[in-house]
Design a protein around this ligand. Structure first.
Ligand SMILES: [Ca+2]
Ligand SMILES: [Ca+2]
Ligand SMILES: [Ca+2]
Length: 299
């Protein structure tokens, strides 16, 4: 209604000017038509209803879209700041909720097992914990995540309580999760990146396959980034890992093979703080592209 009134006011203003001075009026008409066009298109935008709206219980931290159940329509996975996971269908209808009761720091969809009913599962990364949900939001398993392997002697000599106390000194905070088919059987294993730059590969049941800890101090957070692609064209995916070294004020780039072994390290460190890392395909070959806080892009 308000924009209609504005349009009418514009029209009367234009008419007034046209009657006063033909040339001046013509210019105003062009201006007025532009304004009319803008106001009516704005009105059309505000009047057209959004397809659907969904009201989450808290501030949203992650939103993921994927066809979880294989019906060719994407579902939405919305995670709020309190660790509540809502699975919403393509019509905006809540299908199920899962309450993690802790902040979720990373999320990914994976197909860990083709024998399960749903084509995709949902992996949640939380401090010291990884949870796997079905496409419907039911918990399949959860496993604890540790920043360090417990020293062999500690558990034997001091028991589980001492082990837990020792582990509590070094929280394991996942910052990213990627699908990684380690054994090329078509089912994804779960690659977890911790904020210290450590990588861990878990199988579809949450068992640790390997961890990569080189250059990562369990007490220092690095804001690391990772990207998975076949960088050396041997048919098997590698992991590009990059992180900023606060003590040296430069960023480091590493390439790790599917067994968690270092295969390459960039000799010339990247100046500044790494802010982005991705795989780019140029003429059929994958390269690592990284950006830093100085606004430079390296390939
Ligand atoms: Ca679907
Ligand atoms: Ca696999
Ligand atoms: Ca490869």
């Amino acid at each position: 209604m308000r924009s209609d009134r504005r349009i009418r006011q514009e029209v009367s203003r234009i008419t007034y000017h046209v009657s006063r001075n033909a040339l001046y009026g013509l210019l105003i008409t062009v201006y007025g038509l532009l304004l009319l066009f803008t106001t009516s298109s704005t009105a059309a935008q505000t009047q057209s209803p959004s397809y659907w709206q969904y009201r989450a219980a808290g501030r949203l931290q992650h939103i993921l879209t994927a066809d979880l159940n294989g019906d060719t329509f994407d579902e939405f996975v919305a995670v709020d700041e309190n660790g509540k996971v809502d699975i919403i269908d393509a019509n905006g209808v809540l299908q199920n909720s899962y309450v993690a009761a802790a902040p979720i720091t990373a999320i990914q969809t994976v197909d860990t097992d083709d024998l399960r009913q749903s084509p995709q599962e949902i992996v949640l990364g939380l401090p010291n914990r990884i949870v796997l949900l079905t496409a419907g939001g039911s918990e399949l398993w959860q496993t604890s995540l540790t920043a360090l392997a417990t020293p062999p002697g500690l558990l034997a000599s001091s028991g589980q309580e001492a082990e837990a106390e020792w582990q509590a000194q070094y929280p394991a905070i996942p910052t990213a999760i990627e699908r990684f088919d380690w054994d090329s059987d078509g089912r994804s294993e779960i690659l977890v990146l911790l904020d210290t730059g450590q990588l861990q590969l878990l199988d579809g049941n949450g068992q640790l396959i390997w961890r990569f800890v080189r250059g990562s101090n369990p007490a220092i957070t690095l804001q690391p980034f990772m990207s998975v692609a076949d960088f050396n064209q041997d048919g098997q995916a590698e992991i590009a890992l990059g992180y900023f070294k606060p003590s040296l004020r430069f960023s480091q780039l590493l390439l790790i093979d599917s067994n968690g072994r270092l295969i390459w390290e960039q000799e010339q460190p990247i100046s500044g703080r790494l802010t982005a890392l991705t795989a780019v395909n140029l003429v059929g070959q994958n390269y690592i592209a990284v950006g830093n806080n100085l606004g430079h892009l390296f390939v």
